[in-house]
Design a protein around this ligand. Sequence first.
Ligand SMILES: Cc1ncc(COP(=O)(O)O)c(C=O)c1O
Length: 452
Amino acid sequence: MKKFEKKVYLSSPTMHGPELQYMQEAFDTNWMSTVGKNLDEVERLACEKVGCKYAVALSCGTAALHLAMKLAGGKPGVRVFCSDMTFDATVNPVVYEGGVPIFIDTEYDTWNMDPVALEKAFELHPEVKIVVMAHLYGTPGKLDELKGVCDRHGAIIVEDAAESFGASYKGRQTGTFGKFNCISFNGNKIITGSSGGMLLTDDRDAANRVRKWSTQSRENAPWYQHEELGYNYRMSNVIAGVVRGQFPYLEEHIAQKKAIYYRYKEGLKDLPVSMNPMDLQSSEPNYWLSCLLIDKDYMCKQVRDDSTACYVAEKGKSCPTQILESIAAINAEGRPIWKPMHMQPIYRMNPFVMATGDGRCRTNAYIDTGAGLDVGADIFARGLCLPSDNKMTPDQQDRIIAVIKDCSHCGFRPEERGWRPDISDLWNAARCGVNSVKHSGRLCKENNEGIS
Ligand SMILES: Cc1ncc(COP(=O)(O)O)c(C=O)c1O
């Protein structure tokens, strides 16, 4: 398959023109600062779109999550329930404040925090009063259930809507379900400022505190007077110009991403795979990233350590590593699913709760506990993010679909791709501990210099 001359990205910024005009306006009026009309406007536009009372524009979504954590009461030793399968920016702010994240497993219906696991977590850790939940890849989680659990236990929700701006649940926009909510305008998001984020809330006092904290916490005095810790977290008026120029295009971007999702769904329907799931009865996702999950029975062997991945190509099967490699070979960008936080070296010792209870130490050398993979680890193993750039043409997408099909096809009929097991394949297979003639491929090919 021919390589794309210009790389097809996972999700790159899509500029339209007004962004430049608003940046120019900031320049011409000399509001090259953290105050100015663009800032006022983006805050107004965000409130209008989301349906919240206050929006505070910040340097990034992570800053918004950090200040939300402070508002929610994050401090040294405080335990906080967090989404597990997400970007680490959801979780790190807990640690910035000295808190301890406790990870809650994922459910299969929307790939978000599992309300059953959350309920279990309150049984195990009843002292917890803060829950940080993300909506993965633009798909809202089971908000009624999650909110119900939090309300029953008197816990504050911090909603990480960084990936789901513009998505709604039962007619209500994400970014309004928590007491303190965050969105991101990072370069890869549904609309972008190149960077930037916002804290959204209906709490006036909270919004004012965030404004103060984000501009170095100045007290009311003729000089720089400080009584509490401050941060330089305010959004620049130039960045706000980009965000302002993007706002009118939010719905267009969502429509493009949606078309991409359904084109993949149709194009891949004959393969033993499914797309990232969504509850369309209750929610309208923003379709930020299209993802794929390979059916369990069609996964070839794939092994990942902390930095590398290998697989054994197998007749009739494939795996994310093989598909990502094949996509990359034609100059298109996919990505593994977010590696769950409980599997990350930095959080390896943090508690992890599944629907069935404590997610750590689940096996027993003497008794079969029947413990399989947790949901997050399973989706991480079998899933991947597909190129989802809204500038990708249908023709380009069809080529990506063809490559994915060819990938599994390779697994089905490797000889059609010119590969036949010969004596060196047998040798390699034996060296790699793969004991079937049919099994060979990447793992052994990589190791055929005698490294195993
Ligand atoms: C789920 C999630 N949370 C938080 C963030 C952090 O946002 P930012 O990059 O604007 O700091 C991101 C993305 O970058 C994200 O995907």
